[in-house]
Design a protein around this ligand. Structure first.
Ligand code: CO
Length: 459
């Protein structure tokens, strides 16, 4: 049997249309999605939280509760950046625990937990609290390629996550760099090492995804992440229906309701058309781009480098910056290139090229990274580079989160007063302070408008 996780409401939505799909747009199809027989639906976390508050004027918690109600029979899944929760900075353990508990309380069944550096110290608390809350923790590998990212090291990571109590292992290939051969080898190695379901996550960016899934499934993968066809391909996941038909022919039981997935596809076709018309969906996101296979740099990072150089009137330095990027990455201990490390490494490479001297202009983020605030790097940071960047600053001993205050929640709650109506409001504010504040103000103003309107009607 092979099971499917449908990503249309989270990753596909995020990858193709910057998470701009409002709740009302997909509400009518939720009950059909509930009948499709998915292993799970990824619906929350990642950018959905921020975008709901910032652009859609939606309370992300309310969205979660509504989906829960409309889909009582399907496991709801979210993506969590370990100790960073949904953002890019580290939070105290108490906040991580509260966030996990609130997510489960509001309807989440599976939390996929990852860390940009694959540092288990950044996964531990979130995994522990997920299990304690009665949900399933899925331990994710941030997949990358480097001399230290060997099968042995991945297996070591997987075993550590298994010991922490995860219910499944996810291979999270955020850039579409996982090749069919490497997928086969990696899934086989994980399957040999632990007795846990293996979930595969990739993107079609480089065009490998369908082959990668097929080889991964042949090696014993249990679940694949796919997106219903109108929101599949390009920077999104491979199409659900395509893999359904292909795998079924090979004798796997996909466990999906064929009529349902076709209805879901029909529903999302005009939705996609609307976003193309509005210009939110750029057809370029739907094409195949193999450049990242050559440079082994995620596609998003290539375009960031180019636009950064353009802004600085230095487009002619693109080749140089491209060559500098892997060197910086090596100096930094081969971090997987995913947010926020992709920005750290990319910006540093640009600065090195522009300054004409390496590590002369250094951002506070790179300094924090070298200090150890992001966690343990896959390989040691180049000691000379580290000494130059840190100067007199002392490197951190132990875990950064242990140095953070543990009364953040109480203090924030007190500060917000009546503005925060529940624990979830306080957590929204801690995750995205200014965005949440604006949302709370707007919520109050809207309610006052409604009250005024009803009083007028009574009069
Ligand atoms: Co993804």
């Amino acid at each position: 049997m092979i099971r499917f996780t449908e990503t249309v409401l989270r990753d596909a939505n995020q990858s193709l249309i910057a998470t701009r799909m409002p709740y009302d747009k997909f509400e009518p199809i939720l009950s059909e999605m509930d009948k499709a027989g998915y292993y799970s639906c990824e619906i929350w976390g990642g950018a959905t939280f921020d975008v709901c508050l910032r652009f859609l004027n939606e309370d992300p918690w309310e969205r979660l509760r509504k989906i829960r109600k409309a889909m009582p029979n399907t496991k709801l899944q979210m993506l969590l950046r370990g100790q960073n929760i949904l953002g890019y900075s580290h939070y105290p353990d108490d906040i991580v625990r509260r966030f996990v508990r609130a997510s489960v309380k509001n309807g989440i069944d599976i939390i996929r937990i990852f860390d940009a550096l694959n540092d288990v110290n950044n996964l531990k608390v979130a995994i522990e609290e997920t299990v304690k809350s009665g949900a399933m923790a899925s331990g994710a590998i941030s997949y990358t390629i480097s001399p230290v990212h060997t099968l042995d090291n991945y297996v070591k990571l997987v075993k550590e996550m298994a010991a922490m109590g995860v219910g499944s292992i996810c291979i999270k290939d955020m850039a579409g760099l996982l090749t069919p051969k490497n997928a086969y080898d990696l899934v086989s190695a994980i399957k040999d090492a632990v007795d846990l379901p293996v979930v595969m996550h990739t993107h079609c960016t480089t065009g490998l995804a369908f082959m990668t899934y097929l080889k991964g499934v042949e090696a014993g993968a249990d679940v694949i992440d796919t997106a219903i066809s109108p929101f599949s391909g390009g920077t999104s996941q491979p199409a659900t229906e395509t893999l359904y038909y292909a795998l079924k022919e090979f004798g796997y039981d996909p466990g999906l309701n064929e009529a349902s997935i076709n209805k879901i596809a029909d529903y999302f076709k005009p939705v996609r058309a609307e976003f193309i018309e509005k210009g939110t969906l750029n057809p370029i996101s739907l094409t195949t781009d193999t450049k990242c296979l050559k440079y082994q740099i995620p596609g998003g990072m290539l375009s960031n480098l180019l636009s950064q150089l353009k802004m600085l009137n230095a487009s002619d330095k693109f080749e140089e910056a491209l060559l500098e990027t892997p060197r910086v990455r090596e100096d930094m201990g081969f971090p997987p290139l995913v947010t926020p490390t992709s920005q750290l490494v990319g910006n540093m490479a640009v600065q090195n090229v522009l300054a004409g001297e390496r590590y002369k202009n250094v951002s506070s983020e790179i300094r924090a990274y070298c200090r150890g605030e992001y966690g343990r790097t896959p390989a040691p940071i180049n000691p000379e580079v580290r000494a130059k960047i840190l100067g007199d600053i002392k490197p951190l001993e132990g875990r950064y989160a242990d140095t953070l205050p543990d009364d953040t929640f109480e203090k924030t709650k007190e500060k917000l007063g009546d503005t925060a109506r529940c624990e979830e409001d306080v957590l929204s504010y801690i995750a995205f302070p200014s965005v949440a504040e604006k949302f709370f103000e707007k919520r109050k103003a809207d309610e006052e408008k409604v009250v005024k309107f009803s009083i007028e009607r009574i009069e």
